[in-house]
Design a protein around this ligand. Structure first.
Ligand code: ADP
Length: 162
């Protein structure tokens, strides 16, 4: 059984992430979505909320497991018995950072491959950061997020508003 680990901050999960998960299942038998705490990114949602939203969104997609990990991604991948890291590539701007990460990870664990998948064009401009900005300014979210995720994002933004 080929298993791919899809790591990220998922703050919050968007249709772009879901698109990558669905595409991954054409390549892998099972996908493990691994949510990173990533305090350095100062996530809007805490880890438990991000995990909960990912679980909610993927519940109807078969062969997806949701978990969290701390520490080195390659350590997690090796210990979990997975075969590859999955990352999404959007516009050219993702490339440099992703390329660097993939090569560092290869140095750290030479047997762990990174597989890049491109999302549908309609999601290629979408990021959690942009969506949080749209939400802060009261924009419509339903094209980009699961309905319940959109509701929780609006609620969270209201609760942190000064
Ligand atoms: P990270 O902090 O690790 O970049 P993200 O949650 O922002 O975490 O993204 C996780 C992965 O999903 C990354 O590989 C990112 O490039 C990819 N990704 C995010 N949004 C999209 C999207 N709209 N289309 C395709 N891939 C995406």
């Amino acid at each position: 059984m080929k298993i791919g680990v899809y790591p990220g901050t998922f703050d919050p999960i968007t249709h772009g992430h879901t698109d990558i998960i669905t595409r991954s299942l054409r390549v892998f038998d099972k996908v493990v979505v691994a949510v990173a705490p990533n305090p350095a990114k100062h996530p809007l949602f805490d880890l438990a909320d991000r995990l909960d939203m990912v679980k909610l969104v993927v519940q109807d997609i078969g062969q997806v497991e949701v978990t969290c990990f701390d520490g080195l991604l390659v350590d997690y991948v090796e210990h979990s018995g997975a075969h590859a890291i999955i990352r999404g590539l959007r516009a050219i701007s993702d490339f440099e950072h992703e390329f660097q990460m993939a090569l560092i990870n290869r140095k750290l664990a030479r047997d762990v491959e990174t597989v890049f998948l491109m999302p549908s064009e309609e999601y290629s401009y979408l990021s959690s950061t942009i969506i949080k900005d749209v939400a802060k300014h009261g924009g419509a979210l339903t094209e980009f997020l699961h309905l319940e995720v959109a509701r929780r994002l609006q609620e969270r933004i209201r609760s942190v508003a000064p």
